[in-house]
Design a binder for this molecule. Structure first.
Ligand SMILES: [Fe+2]
Ligand SMILES: [Fe+2]
Length: 263
């Protein structure tokens, strides 16, 4: 199975690039499955039903999320009625939605799981230990399909690397999201798990992680009245391309990519 996993899409600039890029890119590269983190798809803050439908139309099969979805809490019951939209499995159980989805694409059977870290992460939504929650669920998940892809939405590099060792050989791929900065450490472990600490972002790169630089610097200078505004220039898509054996679920290649709007 050939997977494209795209980093957090930030607002309209990112969505527009995906609308132009994904249909042809998916066909040319023969991807069986396209996943994306959509937590910032609605103006940089949250996700809406309309945004999910657009991402599906562009060719994204599965949409993972993270902490920002509470920015549009009122949308969540409708968002999570749509198929193949998931939220971190370790949110408190009363939170809408579910933490994994099973998909079958071109004879490949695959579970996509979403988890969120707890180190340097917001207190809302309430998040249980990702390590304990995945430990309790991994046997059930492994019975569902040979291929398991995990979006681990976390800030701390150490938490992501610890998860890599915790799940090494038990899952096909661990893809970090949330920081919006692509790391240069993609690898295949000896036990056949593809790994990257963070896949990056799809949005404006003339920015501080997708937002205009000026207001963010003002905030750091102590001006708390400044509101964050979506940045629009130098739009790029960060992603990883991963190949996985359909039968044994072992990954055998991972490649990070970045595509600029005008290429
Ligand atoms: Fe994000
Ligand atoms: Fe996030």
């Amino acid at each position: 199975m050939k997977l494209l996993f795209i980093g957090d899409v930030v607002g309209k600039p990112g969505m527009r690039l995906l609308s132009l890029l994904i249909p042809q890119f998916k066909k040319n590269n023969k991807y069986d499955l396209v996943c994306i983190n959509g937590e910032n798809s609605a103006g940089g803050f949250g996700i809406t039903k309309n945004g999910v439908l657009k991402l599906k139309k562009y060719g994204c099969d599965v949409i993972t999320t993270g902490n920002h979805i509470i920015d549009r809490k009122e949308e969540l019951p409708e968002v999570f009625k749509l198929p193949d939209v998931i939220r971190p499995l370790n949110y408190e159980s009363s939170f809408p939605g579910r933490g994994w989805t099973l998909v079958e694409k071109n004879s490949a059977r695959c579970v996509i799981v979403n988890l969120q870290g707890t180190v340097f992460m917001p207190e809302e939504p309430k998040t249980n230990s990702p390590f304990i929650v995945i430990k309790e669920n991994i046997k059930i998940i492994r019975k569902m399909a040979p291929i398991i892809i995990l979006d681990f939405h976390a800030e701390a590099t150490a938490e992501k690397i610890a998860m890599r060792y915790f799940l090494d050989g038990k899952i096909s791929a661990l893809i970090g999201t949330h920081t919006h900065v692509q790391t240069k450490d993609e690898t295949i472990t000896a036990k056949g798990t593809a790994y990257i600490t963070d896949v990056g972002m799809t949005g404006s790169f003339d920015s501080v992680i997708g937002m205009q630089k000026g207001p963010i610097i003002e905030r750091f200078l102590g001006n708390n009245d400044e509101r964050f505004k979506l940045a629009k220039k130098d739009v790029r898509m960060d992603a990883v391309e991963i190949e996985i054996d359909n039968k044994n679920g072992k990954a055998y290649s991972i490649r990070s990519i970045q595509i600029a709007e005008n290429t």
